[in-house]
Design a protein around this ligand. Structure first.
Ligand code: NZQ
Ligand code: ZN
Length: 386
């Protein structure tokens, strides 16, 4: 286990009663002018918007709206939100939605406090914002775990990059499983697969020897797989949605990363695919993971063997380590098919080899990956994913 420092910044309120119990009292801690940020139509359709407005009214706030935050939020949308904040002297941001809304608001929160361009600050000058408009996140779709970290994934359309930008941590988050019941099943499964991907990308990081962090991770992976199956069988079960909601937060709240350097090579590839195709995040990950792992398992063999045995119950009798590891990867791929995720890019209508070439040429190469991949090999992997 590497040395580590760990601080927890976000107050978490979980449960179907969490909004009623905590939202108004949390809102009362902040100034008068609140930015209510959300996506397109879902919160109005589901009634969550009315619940938010009622709480904001009870807390006696002036409400300004920032709507239309799209899946895979753009940097232009961040600038739009920051302008609303500046023009209206916003004291607090209430982000209501999935990872896209929360990510967009994390960077709005920082951009509104400075005249400097956040993208230039972070990617050219390698400096990070330290002043933020405080924010809270009400999660309506689980999977990214964005509500419990300060990383935001933003698409810069001008530059053709989808990159991780550091922004604000939420002061608090409301995790109400009932809100996630209205997410269409395919989207909800995609979110659950994203959670599993976060766990795997951390598990296969460095060091590869297992310790307490990895054992907690194994529990989260097993729970995510089990409850994804249960959700597919019965999409109306709120307890199952609750398990997945907390799995999602656990995947990205830092606990599974304690003492580790994470891998996240699959995410880096998927993010650039997303920059060029605007594809669904969880589905893009599902299409790439098994093929990527078939390229990497020999470089982290004992961990892939452990993954096969602990997560997929692969029977090791009479098999070589390589056979066990490959069977684990096959189980992952079979699970993707079982839950309706794509296992190839062509299933997502991504067939343009030029896009694959650009993806390989522009994605980050991570140092936590079992082996540093060359851009040629990433291109080969993407071709195999077709
Ligand atoms: O826009 P609306 O109308 O709200 O519809 C949304 C959207 O179309 C809908 N939705 C959300 N809650 C709903 C609902 N529909 C019905 N009922 C509800 N209760 O779901 C659609 C997808 O929402 P989105 O927020 O885009 O999904 P997700 O939470 O998967 O977020 C994806 C984004 O997060 C980034 C991804 O790259 C992608 O841009 N990620 C952020 C991470 C982080 N900050 O830690 C980590 C992840 O690896 C990921 O990269
Ligand atoms: Zn992800």
């Amino acid at each position: 286990m590497n040395s580590f420092a760990f601080t927890y910044q976000t107050r978490v309120y979980f449960g179907t009663d969490a909004t009623d119990k905590y939202l108004v009292s949390e809102l009362k801690k902040y100034g008068k002018n609140v930015l209510l940020a959300y996506g397109k139509n879902s919160i109005k359709r589901t009634g969550v918007y009315d619940e938010m407005m009622n709480a904001l009214k009870e807390a006696e706030k002036n409400v300004y709206e920032f709507s239309g935050i799209m899946p895979n939020p753009t940097y232009a949308k961040v600038q739009e939100g920051a302008k609303i904040c500046r023009d209206n002297d916003i004291d607090f941001i209430l982000a209501v939605g999935g990872g896209s809304v929360s990510d967009c608001c994390k960077v709005v929160s920082a951009q509104a406090k400075t005249d400097e361009d956040i993208w230039t600050m972070e990617f050219t000058d390698h400096r990070y914002p330290d002043e933020f408009i405080p924010m809270g996140v009400v999660v309506t779709m689980s999977g990214t775990g964005s509500e419990m970290n300060n990383g935001a994934v933003i698409t810069n359309e001008e530059l053709g990059l989808k990159s991780g930008v550091l922004g604000a941590y939420a002061d608090f988050t409301i995790l109400n499983p009932a809100y996630t019941l209205t997410v269409p099943l395919r989207q909800a499964v995609s979110g659950a697969f994203d959670t599993l991907s976060h766990c795997m990308e951390t598990y296969f990081g460095k060091p590869s020897e297992s310790f307490i962090t990895d054992e907690i991770n194994e529990a989260v992976m097993r729970n995510t797989i089990d409850n994804t199956r249960k959700m597919v069988a019965d999409p109306t079960d709120v307890n199952v949605r609750g398990e997945l909601l907390w799995d999602s937060a656990m995947g990205e709240n830092g606990i599974l990363k304690i003492g580790k350097i994470t891998d996240f090579q699959c995410h880096q590839i998927e993010h650039q695919l997303g920059a060029f195709t605007d594809c669904n995040h969880g589905m893009g990950l599902a299409a790439v993971h098994p093929t990527l792992y078939r390229h990497l398992y020999k470089d982290n063999l004992s961990k892939f063997v452990r993954f096969a045995r602990e997560i997929w119950n692969v029977n090791a009798n009479g098999k070589t380590d390589e056979e066990i590891a490959l069977e684990g990867i096959r189980c992952l791929e079979d699970f993707e098919k079982e839950i309706g995720m794509p296992t190839s890019l062509s299933e997502m209508n991504i067939t343009d080899k030029e896009i694959l070439r650009k993806t390989a040429d522009t994605c980050n190469i991570t140092r936590g990956c079992a082996r540093q991949l060359s851009r040629y090999e990433i291109y080969d992997i993407l071709l195999e994913c077709l």
